[in-house]
Design a protein around this ligand. Sequence first.
Ligand code: FES
Length: 368
Amino acid sequence: MTASRSYDVRPPMGLLAELTHRCPLQCPYCSNPVALERRRQELDTETWRRVFAEAAELGVLQVHLSGGEPALRPDLPELVAACVDAGLYANLITAGVNLDRARLEELADAGLDHVQLSLQGATPEVTDHVANMAGAHVRKLAFAAEVTDLGLPLTLNAVIHRANLHQIDDFVDLALELGARRLEIAHAQYYGWALVNRAALMPTREQVVEAVERVEAARERLQGRLVIDAVVPDYYARLPKPCMNGWGRQSLNVTPSGKVLPCHVAESIPHLEFWNVAEHSLDEIWYDSPAFNAYRGTDWMPDACQSCERKEIDWGGCRCQALMLTGDAAQMDPVCEQSPYHDEVQALAVIDASGSPDFTYRRFARAT
Ligand code: FES
């Protein structure tokens, strides 16, 4: 059933399945919500199987099995098989510190299509410091070697901030060395736990400019050998990013307990009501749930955005960031230079960039 609306809603393409919030790492920029869901709240195998079948029916093409650390779920091979049975492309997003060869073979046998490995640094000192886990770097490199040895396509994802921004060239070298097909260089986004550490993570404008130049040079040099995607840091930008490619336009997130969100931080917007897969089908949730329809299309936008020629390019930027920095999720994203808050945000970045480098680590390995 579809409610009447003034805009066109197309089926989603991607589903992020947050299988668990548990994680062995303690990254200071963790984007999971500040209030984590517990192990006892996690959906069981059968429910995930149904969710994947409903996702395929709805039009989803790709499932990103994520977390926390998805490999902490003992039923991960069954969940991969469930995606494959439903005809979905299965991508595993992992920290790569607790999957041995035998387990990886099980996943490959179940039909896993792709692995995305997070890197906190390009050297043991930086990785182990950022993840707050001794030996993490060595384990990640061993895992990456197993992935490519099994013939699985590998993407590396490096979240960049003040403590590792000097390693851009090293990340590129590492990607080539490890046989990755793609490298994502994504500047930390200041939501969730990352907001707690914003002053320790924020780079200076000069560092950002240099990093962008290095990424561009590597892209040019390695054309045809390595794909490099880059996400620039918001606060120094003039235009907002098209967060999620538009609210409720292309993808949905399912939390460990089955809440379905338009983006991974959406729960930070307190007035939104999220439907759960236990009570509604994904189809109902995608087309009719209040949270997905709250900022869909352009009708909700303030007047200045309504008359902007980029309104269907950046889709108003990021709703969660608008709330965080202006107190109103329906405001223009303050990263936009047209926003009355724009100068304030840039000033905030400059202040934070000289903040203490000490991290407040995310400790949730023992979530039960
Ligand atoms: Fe929620 Fe951008 S993170 S809309």
